[in-house]
Design a protein around this ligand. Structure first.
Ligand code: 5GP
Ligand code: ZN
Length: 113
């Protein structure tokens, strides 16, 4: 999609610090980390947010979460981690391309602010 930052990152048109990539998704480190480990997982196809997901995306989502589990194991996140996807203005979404934040290696407060 034109003028979508994360589509450009997925296409390699905007550089990113990549952690993992395959035909369906890309994991890269957040430019403004909120924890010692903070990376984003995005589908390569443009999906605006979790609000746009359908039953047809079930396999993609399974792949996203299995990849997150594998990456967190590789990064040594034995203490646990948090997966967050922000949706819309009230949800705090600033980039309108579905992405999952993965935060780890610090104690994370709940509920969030
Ligand atoms: P949101 O606020 O939409 O949930 O999360 C967007 C995230 O993307 C933010 O945590 C922000 O730091 C990150 N971000 C924004 N622009 C860039 C960029 O150009 N490169 C990388 N690696 N992260 C970005
Ligand atoms: Zn996009």
């Amino acid at each position: 999609m034109e003028d979508c930052l994360f589509c450009k990152i997925a296409a390699g048109e905007v550089p990113s610090n990549k952690l993992y990539e395959d035909d369906r998704l890309l994991a890269f480190y957040d430019i403004d980390p909120q924890a010692p480990v903070h990376f984003l997982v995005i589908p390569k196809q443009h999906i605006a947010s979790a609000a746009a997901l359908t039953e047809a995306d079930a396999e993609l989502l399974g792949h996203v979460f299995a990849t997150i589990a594998s990456l967190c194991a590789k990064l040594g996140c034995e203490g646990g981690y948090r997966v967050v996807t922000n949706v819309g203005v009230d949800g705090g979404q600033s980039v309108p391309h579905l992405h999952f934040h993965v935060l780890a290696k610090r104690s994370l407060a709940w509920p969030p602010g």
